[in-house]
Design a protein around this ligand. Structure first.
Ligand SMILES: [Zn+2]
Length: 154
């Protein structure tokens, strides 16, 4: 597994999104129940804006990244990239090099998406910290994340 975070699950999520998109055509707005934004909505509209996201944290340790942790993120960048401030995201929604602002992280300045993970699907982010203690201190927070830019869809 080349990345710090697993990528197998992301494939299935992407496949599921494709299937959902195919199974839910846009022609009938009346039959579409009103609901909160789902990953497919963001996939159709990969625009900038503010999204409420569940934000967890991780570090390069074996607990967070598995026994084969080597300090290399799924994008190929080292964990020392961008002064060790970056996030893992669902790259079907926020491709690598997208920029996001996570309240309380990196002094409110934008950070890049350079990683992804099996648990990071949909409106979820994983912020990176150099140590496990810092990641644990962050815990799990529901935050309004500002999407500054999304790199071009693949
Ligand atoms: Zn850790």
């Amino acid at each position: 597994m080349p990345g710090c975070r697993g990528r197998r699950f992301a494939y299935w999520v992407r496949l599921l999104l494709v299937l959902l998109a195919g199974a839910a055509p846009l022609q009938s707005g009346a039959q579409t129940p009103t609901r909160l934004a789902q990953p497919t909505d963001l996939a159709r509209n990969p625009t900038t804006g503010t999204k409420v996201m569940e934000v967890t944290a991780y570090c390069p340790c074996k607990i967070c990244c598995g026994p084969n942790a080597r300090g290399i993120t799924a994008s190929g960048q080292s964990v020392s990239y961008h002064n060790q401030t970056f996030v893992a995201a669902d790259t079907s929604l926020l491709p690598f090099n997208s920029q996001v602002i996570v309240p309380g992280y990196n002094h409110g300045k934008p950070v890049p998406v350079i990683d992804r993970g099996s648990m990071i699907a949909g409106h979820k982010l994983d912020v990176f910290f150099p140590t496990h203690a810092q990641a644990q201190r962050w815990g799990r927070q529901t935050l309004s994340v500002k999407i500054v830019s999304t790199s071009e869809a693949r």
